[in-house]
Design a protein around this ligand. Structure first.
Ligand code: E4P
Length: 220
């Protein structure tokens, strides 16, 4: 699982569960931090995750590649994974970034349809990020998009992974994973809601009280 935030304290807390592989950001997320983009990325990298994602800025291939070059200069150890919007210009940028460094992990983002995912897979993306909640808000069936992309990937034996993104509740996460997403990037509030269920916490209280009362009576 991945966490979709720049909130260091939340990331550290959730990392203790041992189930986080990495952190995803986007320009909107980073714009909410009160530090520069690279300072925030430095802090995220220092957490030691396998993958930390940053989205290139720009709408043209030239601008996106130029921003990738700036990211490369900052990220001398090649640790950052790169998110690129899947547009015509973005596909060109993906091809150029992969041509520059085939080992650089590239994620095709802003995916609202399976055809974008298919093209991004052919272009060499390591990950595809379908925007689940945003698709639902626009009357697009995100589960069908995920399942079509997954079939394309599996039938042709690509190694691309679907990392479902844009969530507002836990059901969307589970539906996406069962529809074929390999993994998901989840914001802290949704993560929290997946772990701390009211019914489970209430049942835990009862077990705890009963167990303690037995302990008080007889010890051990
Ligand atoms: C994915 O990588 C994006 O950062 C993110 O999931 C978008 O989510 P939003 O629709 O809540 O902005």
């Amino acid at each position: 699982m991945f966490i979709d935030t720049n909130e260091i304290d939340a990331i550290k807390a959730f990392a203790k569960t041992g189930i986080l592989k990495g952190v995803t950001t986007n320009p909107t997320i980073l714009s909410k931090g009160n530090k520069s983009r690279f300072t925030q990325l430095e802090e995220l990298l220092a957490l030691g995750f396998e993958e930390v994602f940053v989205q290139v800025l720009g709408t043209t291939a030239e601008e996106m590649v130029a921003d990738y070059e700036a990211i490369k200069t900052f990220d001398a150890n090649h640790q950052l994974s790169i998110k690129v919007p899947v547009t015509q210009q973005g596909l060109e940028a993906i091809t150029r970034i992969k041509g520059d460094d085939s080992n650089r992990i590239v994620l095709g983002t802003l995916i609202y349809s399976a055809d974008q995912g298919v093209l991004a897979t052919i272009a060499g993306c390591d990950y595809l990020a379908p925007y689940v909640n945003r698709m639902s808000n626009n009357n697009i069936d995100p589960l069908q998009v995920i399942s079509h992309m997954r079939s394309f990937i599996d039938e042709r034996a690509y190694e691309t992974k679907v990392i479902a993104a844009s969530f507002k509740n836990a059901n969307q996460v589970i539906d996406s994973l069962t529809a074929g997403a390999h993994t998901a990037t989840v914001p802290p509030d949704v993560f929290e809601s997946m772990m701390n269920k009211d019914l489970a916490l209430k049942a835990l209280d009862v077990f705890e009280n009963d167990g303690r009362s037995l302990f008080l009576k007889y010890g051990e």
